[in-house]
Each structure stands twice: as structure tokens, then as C-alpha cells.
Design a protein around this ligand. Sequence first.
Ligand code: GLU
Length: 545
Amino acid sequence: MSTEEREELANLLLPDIKETPIDIEKRYPKRILKEGEKVTRFAPSPTGFMHIGNLESAFLDYIFASQSKGVFYVRVEDTDRERFVEGAEKLICDTLNEYGIMPEEGAFNGGKYGPYIQSERREIYQVYIKDLLKKGLAYPCFMTKEELDDIREGQELRKEALGVYGHYAVDRDLSLEEVKKHISNNDDYVIRIKSPGDINKQVVLHDLIKGDITLPENIIDEVIMKKDRLPTYHFAHIVDDFLMQTTVVIRGDEWVPSYPKHLQLSQILGFKTPKYAHYAPLTKKENGNTRKLSKRKDPEFSVGYYAEEGIPVEAVKLFLATIINTNFEEWYLQNSDKSYMDFQFSFKKMPTGGTLFDTEKLNNICRTYFSRLTAEEIYNDSLKYYRKYDEEFFDIMSKNKDRLIAFLNIERNGKRPRKDIATYKDVKIEASYMFDELFYNSETYSQIEKENDLDILNKYVDIYNEKDSQEEWYQKIQQLAESNGYAKTTKEYKENPNSYKGHIGTICEMIRHAVTGRKETPNLYDILKILGTSEIKMRIELYQK
Ligand code: GLU
């Protein structure tokens, strides 16, 4: 087609588009960035589900932008209308809010480089598409689904590369007259690029995480505008990352094979390409095999799971940080007073292969996280959790604030703070015996296997005094031991086990068991003191029935 014919073709297909790329680009002023400042974007598709991989993606964008003092923005990629779910954008926004990884600009808070929702940018894409049509770099393709299926079947049979390219791209050279005929027939069409790719050539992706990856050049005439006149993801994100001036595209490595396509689109459009960082997926081990985390099989895939399980937002972020950088965990364990943002994250320390989703690690991170909080902090954060998920315990907590805080404070401030709490759920589990409502009603209470030396428990009730210091308290139990056939120390017992009924530890265990129903608790002296004499008495009495 001559220049004039191409001009006519472009006006025929996109008559309402009057602007040129230059007009558009004037509306996107150059970002003023200092050396090293990164512009990153989280570009979710609104499918109505946020998974931990999405959260990781947003977290990465947030970290690398903030640590470089750059910009993190959110762009909603909703050009695939079939996958679109009403309300999905709210879920994304709420999740980012909940996790405190709010962007500087984007779909939820505006900014100078918008609109940040792709369906609102239809005309912008069409300006670039019209320009490509005029330049003869793109063309309308009227092939029907049946024709495309036929081509695919033949290619599959002959084991050829799949897609519309080379001699399969029959509409590449349609004359203007032929196009006009199709249009007057109202035939459906898409717009494809004329790929200049060569199957024998390769391109190199300089990936910030994975290093250099060599891939075959793209030869396919990719669709850039679909039948519904919206662009494809491939085209839209290239235009957007250019106009919004993304400097690093951080995304899942399922996009690596598409890189040649994206590079080619950038080149055809005359854009400078951003840098790329493709991160590995989260995986699980199953029957000796490694597989990707799945929506169907793994509840922890969904971001909603963490809130329901009572896993604090900060702990999830710490866990993500351990996934993101292999040297983070050690640093975190050594720096008890620091936040993850004090750690210098780098692409170089990101795992290049699949990253194991290690539930045990998550659990340990959670325990460490809780061990570094004050009792008041745990109380206040748990209260929010229980307000939403368990009204009964919320009421108990509200009525017994001092008691619960005192309980949470046991063994908290020493060198090795207790690590019995990994989730807000654990607060109830660990503290339940501190509250009569839960203690007597618990299943474990009726199942308590009674100790045989009830006599000693009765004697203990008579000598217990809540005013005693821990030392006096201990000495009293020692005396009780001595005068009732128990060894005062475990050492004495071990030297002569046959001469005793047990040792001081045996008595403490009996008391613990009668009063809490547990074999293990934080420091017994403190627990008894919080419960108080009358409750101890009552529990020991009932224990004997
Ligand atoms: N909308 C794409 C997705 O949800 C984003 C990929 C990208 O970050 O470029 O997978």
C-alpha cells in the first residue's frame, strides 16, 4: 500500500482518533528522577482473587521503589473483559491498604500519569495503533476462528511453531480495496503487528534476577487490538510502561517467554525498554515433586487466609522478605530492633528458581515477630482480630484486659522471650485457662487425667500465699516436698530415686496440672499470682472431684 492508502486505511479503521503519539506524550511529562531511583508498578488484573504471589509482587514493587526513593504506582490491567470481576479492584485496594503497601500514585489515588485503569485508556492505545497502521507496521486481520483453527491443526501436525506468521499471515498484504470490502461486510477483525522477526535470530534478556537469558526472536504477527477494540495485555502494558515511565518491570517469570514479543513491540513503537526482573514462583513439595502453589489445593495461596488464621500483616511481610532475599532471615534474627525496611534488598539475592513456600518458616517468623512485641501490643492487635472473628473471646478479653496483659507479659522481657504465640488464634489457645469461662468448659478440662497424690495438693493450698516472692514460693514447695517424701532437688532425686515418691518438679507439675489443665505453661509462679488464692483453691478442689 502507498503512504496515502495506508493513511486511508488508518482513518477507515479508527476514524475517531485524531491525536498522534506526540500529542499523547506531551501529556506525560518526564519524571524527574535522581540516579538509581526506580519507578515500579503493580499491575494486577481484576479477577476477584488476590493470591500470595500478587502480594509478593506488590511488596517487591513497593520495596524497590521506596528503598531507591523512587515511585511505586498501581495500574489495573482490565483489558481482558472475560476475566473481569465486579468489585475486584476494591479487593486489591483494600489488601494493599491492609498490608501498608500503598503506592504513591495509581488507580486508587490518582496521579499525573493516568488514567491508571487500562479500560479507560482505550483511545491512547488506539492512537498508537493508528500510527502503526499509517506506518505500515500493523494491519487488520479478518481471519475467522475456523481459519485460525485450521492453521493451528496443520502446524501441530507438522510440529511447526504455532501462530500467525510468514505465509500463514495471509491478510498482511490485503489491498485497500479488499479491506474496504471486509469492512462494508461488517466482518470482524483484529489488528496485528507485522513482525520483522527472524526465526534464526535470538534476543538476550538481561534479567536483573536471573541474569542473561537467550530466547528466539518473535516471528508471530501478534494481535495488538482485539475484536472488542481493546488492546491485548502485551500491547497495552508496553504503551503504559513507556508513558508512565516505569524503570523496572518486576513480574512473575511466567512472562519470560513473552519477552521477545515485548521487546519487539517496544522496538516497533520506538520506545526505550525498561529493565526487567522476573521472579520465581512459590512452590510446594508434594510426594517428592515440586509444584507451583495452587488455588485449589493450598489455602495459603489466598491472601485472605492469613487474616483469617490470625497471622499478622507484619509477619506475612517478614515472611515475604525471607522469600525475596535469601540473606534476610539471618539479618532479621540478628537485628531484633529493626524493621524489614532497614534491610537493603537487592535483586541479586533473589532466588532464581522456584521458591519453596515453607510453612514451618512462616511459623517461626511469626513466633519471633510476636516475641518482639510488648504484651500491650499483642493485646491490642489481638483484640482487633477477635472483634472480627470471635465475639466470645473478644468479650472475655475486653473484660479481663489486665489479666491477659499480665499473662502475656510472663517471660516476655528477658533475653530469651517466650515463643508460644505464632498467631492471634494462639493467644486464645495459650491463655484460655486464665479465664474460668474457657477453663472449665474446655474439652481438655474434662479429660484431665488426675494425679494420684491429691493430698499434697490440699496441703499446698494451705501454704500458698500470693504475697510470697518467687524465692519464698519455691522454698515453700521445697519444704512441702521434703516433709512428704519428695526430693527437694532433682539432683537428690536422681542420686537416690527409690527413696522418694518424686521430686520438687513432680509437685510443681501436679500444681500446674490441677490449676491450668496443662503439662506446659509459662512460669508457674506468675500464673498462680495472676489467678490468685481463691481461684487456685477452687480449681484444686474441683480437680479432686
Ligand atoms: N496484568 C498482568 C498479570 O496480572 C501483569 C503482568 C506484568 O506485571 O506485566 O499477570
